[in-house]
Design a protein around this ligand. Structure first.
Ligand SMILES: [Zn+2]
Length: 58
């Protein structure tokens, strides 16, 4: 069973009881850990994320 994700930016947790909830964005960091972005943060930061260099270049 998958643990309930929390947003890496706002810390919000996904409401897994709502089947109509929009999908969360899942990312893999350089350590292979899963990071989540809630739909609001994913939308707000989509351009930042795409413009950014990969994490290993930071
Ligand atoms: Zn968020």
């Amino acid at each position: 069973m998958e643990p309930s994700p929390s947003c890496q930016l706002c810390g919000g947790t996904r409401d897994t009881t709502d089947p109509a909830a929009p999908a969360w964005a899942r990312e893999r960091d350089e350590h292979g850990a899963t990071r989540w972005l809630c739909p609001e943060c994913a939308r707000r930061h989509a351009r930042d994320i795409e413009a950014r260099l990969p994490v290993e270049w930071w």
